[in-house]
Design a protein around this ligand. Structure first.
Ligand code: MV4
Length: 451
């Protein structure tokens, strides 16, 4: 792939460590898996060409410790670092440290991560680039008075969000002016505790929108590919449960506009690598609004891979190491429909309490159009220290109903003994009338769980 020897340090764990390992092998790149004491027996470590321990079980003493990861790269002769998702994947300081140490960070530039990590600044940049954004404060709201003024302009209900946030923490829905001062204080405190930054911005609250995100792949030289969208509206406490591509509610002309907006969004910031532009889509008005941009590979990337026939992790490595991509937008055609279900080590009968422990028996489903991304094996002990994702089952078919039926068959076959999982819960969700019709929004799953 390149004359100078490239070796990739995989600075993550679980299924994504395995996913990156496979992409390295597909490209003929040697790799090293960095692991914590708790992951010594993980599948990625067992299958790795080479592996190196970077600390104890706590993520704060291993996967989040930049200096250990840099040291691991130097010790093993790795020249590039793939951060996976989570942990250091969206940390501009880490990307900068890599660059300063002469290591390739597989991801966008520190500058792009920094800019897009500030959600208020990112919105302002997108608005300038002509991308529709949710009406609200221009930039942050520094105090209750400026929040009240911004709220008066857009009208209640409004939502307060953390400038450095994402994923619901430091977010407060405000139904009327009387509740604003208290909501402001609690959101700011939560943002400070969660992200070390109490800054907030304010938006008009959209009722029952759909979360639709566009997959971007940019070569860093102005070439931008838009690989369609994913509907990720089915979430529980801001954790995605099911994702699908394409979005069942998006008319072709709205999709075209959304793709153009997403391309304009990344072009305006000189982006390189994979990225996801998140939009809220309002079916009642057919309007969509840019919400935020994620500068990493996402958990749900496989649905896009199956519909577009592109290995996104290989593409990430290609952009980072070669700086070019072999495709033109016109040559790419989406094919069929894909659905992903996340299976977690959680017990739905005990309010989704985490269920770490030993897997006594594991069987992964198969058959036409079924892909399973998982680090499980018989006897594996799921450690209690990290997130509870065990497996992603992805079904592809020529249309949505074929994909849905393949998924149902696969979930019936999926077997984990020894610990509780969310597989059966997901199966019931895929049989619910809302899912069958494709008629759901960001509150649907929580409404279902309430009744
Ligand atoms: C919103 C919204 C309605 N209006 N913003 C939740 C996570 C964060 N990334 C953004 N979120 C939302 N922002 C405005 N102006 C509704 C949500 C929201 C949501 C979004 C996507 C998927 C599930 C959700 C569940 C509740 C609320």
């Amino acid at each position: 792939m390149s004359e100078s020897p490239v070796k990739v340090l995989i600075a993550n764990r679980g299924e994504v460590a395995l996913r990156v390992l496979r992409a390295c092998r597909a490209l003929g790149l040697p790799s090293v898996v960095a692991f914590s004491e708790a992951d010594r027996n993980s599948l990625a470590v067992r299958l790795a060409d080479e592996a190196i321990c970077i600390g104890s079980a706590a993520a704060s003493d291993s996967y989040l410790k930049a200096d250990r990861i840099i040291a691991a790269a130097e010790l093993t002769g790795a020249t590039a670092i793939h951060p996976g998702y989570g942990f250091l994947s969206e940390n501009p300081h880490f990307a900068e440290i890599c660059r300063d140490c002469g290591l390739v960070f597989v991801g966008p530039s520190p500058k792009a991560i920094q800019l897009l990590g500030d959600k208020a600044a990112a919105k302002a940049t997108m608005q300038k680039a002509g991308v529709p954004v949710i009406p609200g404060s221009s930039g942050g709201v520094n105090d209750v008075a400026s929040a009240e003024e911004a709220a008066r302009k857009v009208g209640y209900p409004v939502i307060l969000k953390a400038v450095s946030g994402g994923g619901g923490k430091g977010m407060r829905l405000v139904t009327d002016a009387a509740h604003l001062p208290e909501a402001f204080q609690t959101a700011a405190a939560e943002a400070k505790a969660g992200f070390g930054d109490p800054s907030l911005y304010l938006e008009k609250y959209l009722v029952a929108p759909r979360h639709v995100e566009v997959q971007i792949l940019a070569d860093g030289k102005g070439g931008v590919l838009c690989l369609g969208e994913r509907d990720c509206s089915l979430q529980r406490h801001h954790q995605k449960v099911v994702e699908e591509s394409p979005c069942a509610a998006l008319p072709p002309e709205v999709r075209k506009k959304m793709m153009r907006a997403a391309a304009a969004a990344v072009q305006s910031v000189g982006y390189a690598g994979v990225g996801t532009a998140e939009f809220l889509f309002e079916p009642s008005t057919q309007n969509f609004y840019f919400m935020e941009m994620n500068t990493r590979l996402q958990v749900e990337h496989p649905v896009t891979e199956l519909v577009w026939g592109i290995d996104l992790v290989a593409a990430q490595l290609q952009v980072a190491l070669v700086g070019a991509l072999p495709w033109k937008q016109e040559e790419l055609q989406p094919r069929g429909h894909a659905i992903e279900v996340r299976i977690n080590a959680e017990d739905p009968t005990r309010d989704f309490a985490p269920c770490p422990g030993q897997v006594q028996f594991y069987h992964a489903p198969g058959g036409p159009g079924i892909r399973v991304d998982s680090h499980l094996y018989d006897g594996y002990v799921v450690p209690p220290y990290y997130d509870s994702l065990l497996a992603k089952v992805i079904a592809h078919g020529e249309n949505r109903e074929v994909a849905r039926r393949r998924m149902l068959t696969a979930l019936e076959e999926f077997t984990v003994e020894g610990i509780a999982t969310t597989a059966e819960f997901a199966r019931a969700l895929l049989e619910s009338p809302s899912f069958v019709k494709g008629d759901y929004h960001t509150d649907t799953l929580q409404e279902m769980l309430r009744d």
